[in-house]
Every structure is written in structure tokens, then in C-alpha cells.
Design a protein around this ligand. Structure first.
Ligand SMILES: [Ca+2]
Ligand SMILES: [Ca+2]
Ligand SMILES: [Ca+2]
Length: 280
């Protein structure tokens, strides 16, 4: 039986099973304490449920710079009558993160990177707190852990503070897009890590020439995964199967290559069917 005939047979079976089945291409991935509502606080709390901070770096002098673990924490959004009230806080609380080198918050999720899926990480950010200087950067990243358990960045986006925009107590959503995961990517099957990190350098600690100081506010972390929607209608259904059928066994027309090997084959169809029908 030729491969084209095989596809035809499989397709007939799938049509019977999945006729009329439309699945939304995007799904959200659970992030514990994604909105920094825990622990509940009446003011501030330097402990943050589910999120971690790295250990104190060798160069950081707590005697002169204050406790390292106070550089992040959750806070209660103030009453609307207060000038520091954030008008679009998700829930009651958000988190602060100081613009000091190596300050970060990260979390290893239960979900893993899956072949054929793309990922979108979104977080609300406010810059400018505490007299932050111009061009102070913060990076949002997705990472995986290598064999040595070290964080390896899969994708990142950097935001820099622009003081001409003022210090506005309103979260702006920043999005990081991770392209469709290919079968050869080293992060396949590895836990998804979410990370927010100050990317200032030690030179930024110089009070005259450096940029360190001030703090960011972050809130409402969202992570979605998008399955193989080839038609752009936000659903995965028979129309997407039809697009793949049009490229079947091609190594030149490969918009539906989900494994990243450059050809459209049964491996790609298995991924599409798995997402769509959850039968394999
Ligand atoms: Ca919140
Ligand atoms: Ca579609
Ligand atoms: Ca392929």
C-alpha cells in the first residue's frame, strides 16, 4: 500500500471519528499563583507562593544593600483613592522585582514542551517605580533545564523602561512568542520554565554611571499553547487535515510540517490527530 493510500485510509477513519469536531487551537497552561495572590497580604510579603528567587549572589552585600530576599515580594494593590492605586491589577495583589543585577523570579511548571505546539507567555508589567532610570531592562523568558539542571533559555523578550512614558500605574501586557516546537529541539518533553529576570550587569551598580535601582511591578502571568491551526480560524478540524493532505509527502511545500524534519509525513499527521481528537 502506498503512503498516499495509507493516508486516505486513515483519513476516512478520522472523518468518521471526528466529523464536526472543532477544537480550539489555543489552550491555557496552569501556572500556580500566576496572579501573585498568595500568600494573601494586608500590605506586603517577601514570601511568594510557588515562585522562586535565586540564592544571594557572591557580590551582593546584605550589610549595605539590605536583605536579598526583599528584592521581590507580593503587595496589596492600594485603594482606588490612593495615588499609587493600579487601575488594572488582576485580583488584589501583584509582585515587585527590583532593578538590581541577577534578581529574578522563576517557576518550573508541570507542563512540558510538546512537539507541534507553539507557546505564548504574557505578563502585565509596570516600569518606573522607585526612581528607575532610563533604559533599565527586564527580560521575560521561557526556559528548560539541561542535564546539569541549569536553566537554558528557549526564548526571551526584553523590555526597557522609557522615562518619557512616565510612571503610570497601569499594567501593560508584554508577550513572548515561542515558535512551534520541532522534534529535534532539545526542550521537547522537558518541563516549561517561566522566568522574569533583571538583566542589568554589575557595572550598573555604579551609582554615577550605572542603571541599577528602582523596581518593576508584575502581575497576571498567562501561558497558552497553540496547536496546529493551518487555516488561521483558531480551530483545529477537518479543514486543517485537508491542508495537510494537500502537502502529503511533500518536502517542498511544508507549512504543515509539525516535526520540523522538512517533510510532511505520518509523524506530522499523528501530532495533528492527537491534538484534534486526543485518540492516540
Ligand atoms: Ca494579581
Ligand atoms: Ca484551522
Ligand atoms: Ca515532518
Amino acid at each position: 500500500m502506498s503512503m498516499r493510500k495509507t493516508f486516505g485510509v486513515v483519513l476516512v477513519g478520522i472523518v468518521v471519528l471526528g466529523a464536526g469536531a472543532d477544537r480550539l487551537a489555543a489552550a491555557s497552561i496552569d501556572i500556580p499563583n500566576a496572579s501573585f495572590e498568595l500568600p494573601e497580604t494586608t500590605y506586603v510579603d517577601i514570601n511568594i507562593n510557588s515562585w522562586q528567587m535565586p540564592p544571594t549572589p557572591w557580590w551582593y552585600d546584605e550589610g549595605t544593600m539590605g536583605p536579598w530576599n526583599q528584592l521581590t515580594g507580593v503587595f496589596l494593590n492600594l485603594d482606588p483613592s490612593h495615588p499609587d492605586h493600579i487601575d488594572n491589577c488582576d485580583g488584589n495583589q501583584a509582585v515587585w522585582l527590583f532593578a538590581v543585577p541577577e534578581v529574578e523570579l522563576f517557576q518550573d511548571l508541570a507542563a512540558v514542551f510538546e512537539v507541534g505546539q507553539s507557546y505564548q507567555l504574557t505578563v502585565g508589567i509596570i516600569g518606573g517605580g522607585g526612581g528607575m532610570k532610563d533604559d533599565v531592562p527586564i527580560e521575560i523568558r521561557l526556559y528548560y533545564r539541561d542535564a546539569e539542571d541549569e536553566k537554558v533559555t528557549v526564548g526571551a523578550v526584553t523590555i526597557t523602561y522609557d522615562s518619557s512614558a512616565g510612571y503610570v500605574k497601569h499594567f501593560n501586557d508584554i508577550q513572548l512568542d515561542i515558535p512551534r516546537v520541532a522534534a529535534a529541539d532539545p526542550w521537547v518533553g522537558k518541563s516549561i520554565g517561566v522566568q522574569f529576570i533583571s538583566t542589568l550587569t554589575l557595572a550598573d551598580l555604579d551609582p554615577d554611571t550605572g542603571r541599577a535601582g528602582g523596581y518593576w511591578d508584575l502581575d497576571n502571568v498567562r501561558l497558552t499553547t497553540s496547536g496546529p491551526d493551518f487555516t488561521g480560524d483558531s480551530f483545529v478540524n477537518l479543514r486543517d487535515v485537508a491542508v495537510m493532505a494537500g502537502e502529503w509527502l511533500s518536502c517542498t511545500e511544508t507549512a504543515t510540517d509539525l516535526t520540523g524534519d522538512g517533510c510532511v509525513t505520518m509523524e506530522d499527521f499523528v501530532i495533528l490527530a492527537k491534538f484534534w481528537l486526543e485518540i492516540m
